[in-house]
Design a protein around this ligand. Sequence first.
Ligand SMILES: Nc1ncnc2c1ncn2[C@@H]1O[C@H](COP(=O)(O)OP(=O)(O)O)[C@@H](O)[C@H]1O
Ligand SMILES: [Mg+2]
Length: 357
Amino acid sequence: MNWDDTTDTAGSPERLVGASADREDQAVEAALRPKDLGEFIGQEKVREQLDLVLRAARARGATADHVLLSGAPGLGKTTLSMIIAAEMGAPIRITSGPAIQHAGDLAAILSSLQEGEVLFLDEIHRMSRPAEEMLYMAMEDFRVDVIVGKGPGATAIPLELPPFTLVGATTRAGLLPPPLRDRFGFTAHMEFYEPAELQRVIHRSAGLLDVEIEPDGAAEIAGRSRGTPRIANRLLRRVRDYAQVKADGLITREIAAAALAVYEVDARGLDRLDRAVLEALLKLFGGGPVGLSTLAVAVGEERETVEEVAEPFLVREGLLARTPRGRVATPAAWAHLGLTPPGSQAAGNGQQDLFGA
Ligand SMILES: Nc1ncnc2c1ncn2[C@@H]1O[C@H](COP(=O)(O)OP(=O)(O)O)[C@@H](O)[C@H]1O
Ligand SMILES: [Mg+2]
């Protein structure tokens, strides 16, 4: 395997519930990755479809069609790319869009592929334009034109490539130009996971990490994992630390809740930044609407951090809405923070126990 670049750079590394991978994750993730489709939890539709695609290719003795995987960070795109290679008994080469800035970089990779090899191109939406155009031809005709020389004297030397399988991954399928999207024979959209599925992920990981956990403990962690296996695995490791230091190592519901309260991950998976944003919106701006920049200043963060790190989850949870006039809190946001919206008769039932400890 060849790591040309790391992935998922958005979000600050110290955020416990951020979906991007940090250094520690990358090391542990390798150990926790399901190795074949049977071990891959959830995503039933994707698994069933991919299983057919791969079985058929194997039966024909052919190289599998190009596969596009789209979905939020931490849902299993890299894992699936490795599973595709494993299921096809093929080697895998791993690189990413940002690592390929010149068409020449791509030509070098493509021309060194073995027959049947899987080329995993992470963050494929961040590839440069010229590289993208070279990729079109490579995907369709297994051929590239290598340009030699510059200006009017430049010549294109056609280069045959062995058949290979491109597995592209993107968090933003909408950003892919249609000609690129159309060249994938199979597109899989990965959804966020249900709590019950995350619970299975946590049990599996606990087994591999030799951690003792009760079903209730796993459920408690699952409920705070934002539908994301990477976050579930990360929270599991932090709860394990707590259980080792403060108890006998066994993860019960109480231990999980107490541990996650220490790390400021609340009962719904919101962390300190998410809660700061919501609190500012409710307490300082009466629930909005308020502009993004104003909100960012109020919590002492960059505009981009609030927009890209905190907001997507708050919006997905139905706690915050983006409107043309600004950010607005939903009734669920008031309820979650145990606050009463102005002008509402119903008195809040006091401060909720947000950490569920
Ligand atoms: N369906 C799944 N079943 C079990 N573990 C999973 C699953 N999906 C992801 N994981 C785990 O979550 C972590 C992140 O997965 P990864 O494939 O790196 O996500 P992505 O590439 O989409 O950001 C890995 O440790 C992986 O083992
Ligand atoms: Mg990845």
